[in-house]
Design a binder for this molecule. Sequence first.
Ligand code: IMP
Length: 182
Amino acid sequence: METQTKLNVAGLDFVPYISHKEIAQRIEHLGTELNRDYEGLSPLFLPILNGSFMFAADLIRQICIPCQVSFVKTASYEGTQSTGKVSQLIGLEQDLEGRHIVLVEDIVDTGLTIASLLRGLENFRPASVKIATLFVKPEALKEDFEIHYRGFDIPNKFIVGYGLDYEGFGRNYRDVYCLAED
Ligand code: IMP
């Protein structure tokens, strides 16, 4: 599939932003770090659907140590006033107690989803929880937590492609596109 000079996704125009080659290079690098850091720890990768499916497939192909992979989804509901929106993992099949968990995300924007998931995961008593995300929007972050493995820090732009969608469309492109300026 060729990189397109302009893409219309659900009525909005997008332009090329990050190529599949740049993405592949970053993922190779992240894989090297994970192989080194998790040697002997049998990590459990939890990719968060839907957005992370492409990133997870490519990242996990780089892992050459024993590991497990279990795709999960998030469900969010309104918590109490103090907790705000609460996100919970659904579809978990493994016992997380004592496990070294790597949450695999497509993009961390405000960080509210991941921060809430991290709080919920504490109840399962894992040995450790770290985050691997392909994109971070540092200017949009509203929560303070460590992001251990990050592909690209990007400005506060809306992007699609490589698993990321707008209105459910655009996940299928191997390159990443950003919303065209008016
Ligand atoms: P957060 O809780 O604000 O960090 O939300 C993160 C989620 O918002 C991601 O998993 C995506 O589903 C979605 N999201 C945030 N920014 C973008 C974007 O630029 N393109 C597509 N989806 C996005």
